[in-house]
Every structure is written in structure tokens, then in C-alpha cells.
Design a protein. Structure first.
Length: 366
């Protein structure tokens, strides 16, 4: 675990967030030591909004200077405060004034709950381990927290904004003609993916319902957080994505419209039924390839091609209605591939021509 923590704070993209490594000038050895006891006292005292100093532990071979700042967020069943921090490598001959980035590079690192524990901002268990390594009393969010938050929001929105079949039909009838094709393609994508996610999930993601504020509201009151989060959204500036429903009720209407389109139209289109089966087969088996038909000078031929599983699930595949075949590899973009030359053979393979899948046990034609 220690190796993971050190890799986390020294060797990857989180480096900028945790350890700003810049040369500076005269470090004062009398600077505050951020021991576990000092940090625990800081977390326990809301009157102390700021603390800075060096960690007694080494980050690899480095000594790190850090600043922590807290700000109040919510106080319901539990008190929640936001914790910000910055870390920087200490170079020989530096002063604390040279090291301080207060008001400049502090970024949110977690939530302080009831002056006892710090929950990681990212919800990542490695982040929790890193906070503990620094000496903070950190705790993990429950397992599958983001997934459970999304599912709880989805269920609540469905139940609160229940719509009838007549309302769904009226919604479809009034849907702008220029957007009908896109709604149909969305329906095809959700159908072929077995409705792993739906338009309510898309609304939750694009409207920012599953964000830091939501985590804070859950920490403040795990039994009563959804309605406050929805109220917060109503009074916010909303979201900029015009392709997503403007409010929860419209998201439910769009979702019911998509399900209706799937029943009335998409389930009767062979290429989508076949793609759904291909995704199901590929999801449970490693090392599969696709069987496709393509045009030749003599007419038509069949070949077995490699592909990426996530491309089978991608909306772009539905949108452009097929793959590009380049040197035995299926891709969504004509420029995809590590080695591309002007002489590369390139062909467009419509979804109608994706006819089977090669499994370890043999070829299956759904």
C-alpha cells in the first residue's frame, strides 16, 4: 500500500494537486510540524480555519510543506466542512514565506465531518490511504458510493415525477421534428446496451446532481439528502447542455419516450437486435473478434476483424451506423490506428454488415 501511496503523490497526474515541485529559496527549520496529533487537533477545532507546516514523514526522499484551509459547508444531522490543501517539495535554503501558496493553489481535498473524520474529495480509497499517510483521520465513503447515489437519485426522480402513457405519447407527438432522429438513435443505443444507463442517468450526470455538493449533503444527512439536492439544482444556473432535459420531469418523459420507441420500433430492426446480442456475447468472453461483410471488386467478401469492446457500446457507432475497417481492425474513426499510411486499406462497414462474432468455441451468427 505504501508503494501505491508514494506512486499516487509523486508519480502521476495527482502530483500537481499534492506536491507542487518548484525550486524556492531559505527554509526555516522551526516551521510547524504537521504530526498526526497536530492534524487531529486541527480537524477537531472549527475555530482554527488554517494550518501550515512540514510533514514528519518523508514522501519518498522528499520533505513536503503543506497548507490546509477549512470552510463551513452544511450543518444538519452532521456538520460538514470543506478541507482544502496544497503541498510543495521543500528545497534547501527555503523560507516558509517562499513555500506558502495560500489563496493561490489550494484545492479541495476532502470533507471534514463532525470534527472527527476526513472523507476524500474524490471518493478514491487510494486518496483515503494518502490522507492517512499524511496523518489525517480519514475514512472511506461506503463501497460503490457514486453508483448508489446515482441509483438513489434515479429511483427518487422516477417515483416523484411519474408520467402516464398518454403523457408520453403527447410528449412524442410534440417532440421537435429536427430532434426526432437523435432521440431514435439514443433509443437504439440504450436498447443495444441493455439499458445499463438511461436518460435519467444522463440528466443526473450532465446537470451536476452527482457532484461534490451531493456528497456533502449525503454526509450531512444520509437519510434526507435527495430533496435538498434537487432544490439546490432548481435555484442554480442549471446546465449548458441543451441536448439534456431541462428538469427532472422532462428527463422522465424523455426516458419513457425512449422506452416506447424501443418497443414500437427499435426492437423490430434486425441490425440493432443483432448488435444487442453481440454485446451480450462479447461482454462475457475475452479475445473475441467480429465477422463482417465488405465490398470487393468482385462483389462481397467476409472477414474476421479485431475491435475494441467499448466501441460496440459507443453511441458514435449507432450515430454513424457502422465501423471503419483498416488492415483487419474495426474502429469508429477513419484516422484511428497506431500506424497509418496513405496506402492503408480503408472501408466503411455498415452495421447491417456486422454479422457475427468469433468466440473461442467458434463463430456465432446471432
Amino acid at each position: 500500500m505504501l508503494q501505491k501511496i508514494l506512486a499516487y503523490c509523486l508519480c502521476n497526474a495527482n502530483l500537481e494537486r499534492h506536491l507542487v515541485m518548484e525550486p524556492r529559496k531559505n527554509f526555516n527549520s522551526r516551521v510547524n510540524k504537521l504530526t498526526k496529533g497536530v492534524l487531529k487537533e486541527f480537524i477537531a477545532n472549527s475555530e482554527q480555519s488554517y494550518i501550515a507546516g512540514v510533514f514528519p514523514v518523508k514522501f519518498g526522499k522528499y520533505t513536503a510543506y503543506a497548507e490546509f484551509l477549512r470552510k463551513p459547508m452544511l450543518h444538519k444531522k452532521h456538520k460538514v466542512e470543506l478541507l482544502y490543501n496544497m503541498m510543495i517539495k521543500v528545497e534547501p535554503g527555503q523560507s516558509e514565506a517562499d513555500l506558502s501558496h495560500y489563496h493561490e493553489e489550494l484545492s479541495i481535498t476532502g470533507f471534514i465531518v463532525d470534527n472527527q473524520y476526513v472523507y476524500p474529495h474524490s471518493g478514491d480509497t487510494v486518496e483515503t490511504a494518502f490522507l492517512k499517510f499524511c496523518g489525517l483521520p480519514a475514512k472511506d465513503f461506503p463501497k460503490d458510493f457514486d453508483k448508489n447515489i446515482r441509483e438513489s437519485l434515479n429511483k427518487y426522480i422516477r417515483e416523484k415525477y411519474h408520467v402516464t402513457e398518454i403523457e408520453t405519447l403527447r410528449f412524442l407527438a410534440s417532440y421537435p421534428k429536427e430532434d426526432e432522429k437523435e432521440l431514435t438513435l439514443l433509443a437504439a443505443n440504450y436498447y443495444t446496451n441493455g439499458f445499463r444507463m438511461d436518460l435519467i442517468d444522463s440528466y443526473i450526470a450532465c446537470s451536476g446532481l452527482n457532484n461534490d455538493e451531493t456528497s456533502g449533503y449525503w454526509l450531512a444527512d444520509p437519510d434526507n439528502w435527495i430533496e435538498p439536492v434537487l432544490q439546490m439544482l432548481r435555484y442554480s444556473n442549471g446546465h449548458d447542455n441543451t441536448k439534456v432535459a431541462k428538469d427532472p420531469r422532462e428527463a422522465v418523459l424523455e426516458n419513457e419516450a425512449v422506452k416506447r420507441l424501443c418497443r414500437d420500433k427499435i426492437e423490430k430492426i434486425p441490425k440493432y437486435v443483432r448488435l444487442k446480442k453481440l454485446i451480450e456475447l462479447a461482454a462475457n468472453t475475452a479475445g473475441t473478434k467480429l465477422v463482417v461483410k465488405y465490398k470487393t471488386a468482385e462483389g462481397e467478401a467476409t472477414t474476421i476483424a479485431s475491435y475494441r469492446f467499448r466501441d460496440l457500446q459507443d453511441y458514435q457507432l449507432i450515430q454513424q451506423d457502422g465501423f471503419y475497417l483498416r488492415n483487419g481492425y474495426l474502429c469508429l474513426n477513419p484516422s484511428s490506428g497506431m500506424f497509418i499510411t496513405i496506402d492503408d486499406a480503408l472501408a466503411f462497414i455498415p452495421l447491417d454488415n456486422v454479422i457475427g462474432i468469433k468466440l473461442p468455441s467458434g463463430i456465432v451468427y446471432p
